[in-house]
Design a protein around this ligand. Structure first.
Ligand code: S3P
Length: 172
């Protein structure tokens, strides 16, 4: 079984995912990093060159592949939850965790916004608020939600382990 971390940009999916994998004796995989490795391009370059639609196709392809893994902590990009097929694939062998954070915290943690194509051009706070409102129903549909506002990486990982008691893959 895998543990899949979802959540808005800047909620700590990658850093928490690494810590959680180490604590739980599991492997770690970050979908955005995998896409960047496979294409030789940054996420920002993919958005700028081929557009969000193409990025979402690459993301869904990567999701299909990582869903075949086992005993992985998988960090997803913030928009993975928007596509039902992505979630169906990830749920096949995974428990879905959602990391949350306040708007202030997201704003702080996503700087510099130039690295986040969806926050460029306009007021980042307004963009974050609008996207969060739009996505709440998807994030709310996860198996476990953990608020990361003001909480350290290790502590968030511990909260996930406690929250998933009975659903964690057994230690090898
Ligand atoms: C996105 C989040 C990003 C990245 C892309 C789109 C989103 O990942 O996948 O810029 O739609 O929220 P992070 O959540 O890791 O920043």
């Amino acid at each position: 079984m895998n543990i899949v971390l979802t959540g808005f940009m800047g909620t700590g999916k990658t850093s928490v995912g690494r810590a959680l994998a180490a604590k739980a004796g599991m492997s770690f995989m970050d979908i955005d990093e995998q896409i960047a490795r496979d294409t030789g391009l940054s996420i920002q370059q993919i958005f700028a060159g081929a557009g969000e639609g193409h990025f979402r196709e690459l993301e869904s392809r990567a999701v299909e592949l990582v869903s075949l893994l086992d005993r992985f902590v998988i960090a997803t990009g913030g928009g993975v939850v928007l596509n039902q097929n992505n979630m169906k694939a990830l749920r096949r062998n995974g428990v879905i965790v959602n990391l949350m954070a306040s708007v202030d915290s997201v704003l702080e943690r996503t700087k510099p916004w130039q690295d986040r194509p969806l926050l460029i051009g306009g007021d980042p706070r307004e963009k974050i608020e609008a996207l969060l409102a739009e996505r709440e129903k998807f994030y709310g549909n996860c198996d476990l939600r953990v608020d990361t506002t003001g909480v350290g990486v290790d502590e968030v990982a511990d909260k996930i382990i406690v929250g998933l008691q009975g659903r964690m893959p057994p230690q090898k």
